[in-house]
Ligand binder design. Structure first.
Ligand code: SF4
Length: 486
């Protein structure tokens, strides 16, 4: 009997969802993947395209060869997803399933545009496909909503993550949508995500876990579930022939205890020359001991979410209870360990700028925090997060900063621009002439005149566009899609 075909459609080359979900169904179905490059990952750094730029007839025609299209998306690609899904359902008989953060956070609206919404973890996708294949003999599957049916939402999670199959990276074919063309991928992408755990005990109000933890509490689901380190290492080993970089996608790897981290580092270093990307958490118990172990990894990149140099924002708004002096102490200690280890290491820190409750005093505190990292001696990257994807609240924030025409940007444009400037000077270690402290002054206020905001937005746009070009080039080169560059 010929197998039915399912196309996993994603907007992110490193998205784990298609790999995890196709792993469950690949014995019974032929699995394919289509990644929207221009409209997804590459567009997120600095959005230049919207759904009107999609070649809908071409996409619908392509999707017509599949029995099912399973779309995993964040809310940022909502318009593209709804347009694609509506067009497929209007023209062809292919069934459309939509999940990911979009399905979770906006299930009612998503339900108007597809046949099935996955509104929680999709680890039981096979059950919903069986149900669709059997033409709805039974009517419900936990975590999935057949939008023609009325029923109570019923959430269920796999208790032991180690029971799930290894992620699948072998599709019948992988395709890229780029420049209005659908191109068969010649080469696998060299970066893979690996999850060692799901969930976070913290409740930062801007983060998706804030919402997920409430759903978990209502449905008796454990807040935090983890795999054994041996299992995680086995997964990385399996990916190692294809991966130059592994990204630990845990919400918080630092929930692991010191012994587990020691064991992980020891085993990881034996796998080969793969770069590891992970996040540090200064609030963790035994932080310094854990960071010391991590610093023994030969090649790694770590980010740490500071979120704000303003104590008011950090404590009262972001619910992150750690003092500025402790952050600076631990940051400097981490830098020292990195230097001493002589391994190939990059550290970066991230902020949320443009949060609606941000005041000028918070912005200045943040700038002064950055200044305290002068002369740090290792490469520092600053990621300015204006957008923690996945929550409505923060997607609204994004508009305050990315949208250089917005009111919020016009109000503080010089100060936002200054973040970029200081970061670049510190990153390139040309920070010797910077002052120790910045205070609000008449000079700054003049520079911050609304009439000048166009100049700052011009420079910020330039930085974003050049970042986007660099990322785009490296992605296309690694996929060998040279013919699609223009
Ligand atoms: S921001 Fe980080 S620490 Fe806070 S809830 Fe989310 S994952 Fe946890």
């Amino acid at each position: 009997m010929t197998k039915k075909k399912i196309l996993f459609l994603t907007f992110d080359l490193i998205s784990l969802a298609p790999n995890l979900l196709s792993a469950q169904v690949k014995d019974k179905y032929e699995v394919y993947k289509l990644t929207f490059l221009d409209h997804g990952w590459l567009n997120r750094v600095y959005p230049t395209l919207d759904c009107n730029d999609l070649d809908i007839p071409k996409i619908v025609n392509f999707c017509g060869s599949f029995d099912y299209v399973a779309i995993s998306s964040m809310s940022t690609n909502k318009e593209e997803v709804f347009l694609i899904s509506d067009s497929i359902r209007k023209k062809i008989s292919t069934k459309v399933i939509v999940g990911g953060p979009l399905g979770i956070y906006e299930k009612e609206e998503t339900g108007k545009h597809c046949d099935v919404v996955c509104y929680w973890e999709g680890d039981n996708l096979i059950e919903v496909l069986d149900l669709l294949d059997s033409k709805y003999k039974q009517k419900t599957v936990p975590n999935f909503w057949l939008t023609k049916e009325k029923f109570e939402f019923n959430v269920k999670s796999v208790d032991k993550l180690g029971d799930l199959p290894f992620q699948n990276i072998f599709y019948e074919d992988e395709f890229i949508y780029l420049n209005k063309k659908i191109i068969k991928q010649k080469k696998k992408f060299n970066i893979y995500g690996v999850e060692s755990a799901r969930g976070c005990f913290f409740n930062c109000p801007y983060c998706s876990n804030h919402y997920l933890n409430k759903v978990k509490a209502l449905n008796n689901i454990k807040i935090y579930r983890k795999k054994s380190i041996s299992r995680v290492i086995d997964e990385i080993k399996e990916l190692s022939p294809y991966a130059d970089q592994i990204r630990l996608s845990d919400d918080n790897f630092f929930f692991r205890d010191l012994e587990e981290i020691k064991f992980f580092v020891n085993k990881f270093n034996k796998i080969g020359n793969i770069q590891l990307v992970l996040d540090l958490d200064f609030r963790s118990k035994d932080y310094l001991g854990k960071a010391k172990e991590i610093s023994k990894i030969k090649n790694w990149i770590a980010g740490t979410g500071i979120q704000s140099g303003s104590s008011r924002l950090r404590f009262d708004v972001f619910n992150r209870h750690i003092s500025t002096s402790k952050i600076l102490y631990l940051f400097n200690k981490t830098l020292k360990m990195c230097r001493e280890s002589k391994n190939n290491i990059e550290l970066s820190y991230s902020f949320i700028l443009g949060y609606p409750k941000e005041r000028l005093s918070d912005i200045l505190e943040n700038l002064n925090f950055i200044l305290k990292l002068r002369g740090s001696g290792v490469g520092l990257g600053l990621n300015i997060y204006t957008n923690i994807l996945q929550t409505n609240k923060t997607e609204k924030c994004a508009k305050h900063f990315y949208d250089t025409q917005s009111e919020n940007f016009k109000k503080y444009s010089f100060y936002y621009f200054l973040h970029y400037l200081l970061n670049h000077l510190i990153y390139h270690r040309i920070d010797y002439f910077l002052p120790k402290q910045l205070n609000d002054s008449i000079f700054f206020r003049i520079l911050n005149f609304r009439a000048f905001s166009g100049i700052y937005s011009f420079f910020i746009d330039m930085i974003y566009k050049s970042n986007q070009k660099t990322i785009r080039k490296s992605v296309l080169d690694s996929l060998e899609l040279n013919n699609a560059k223009d």
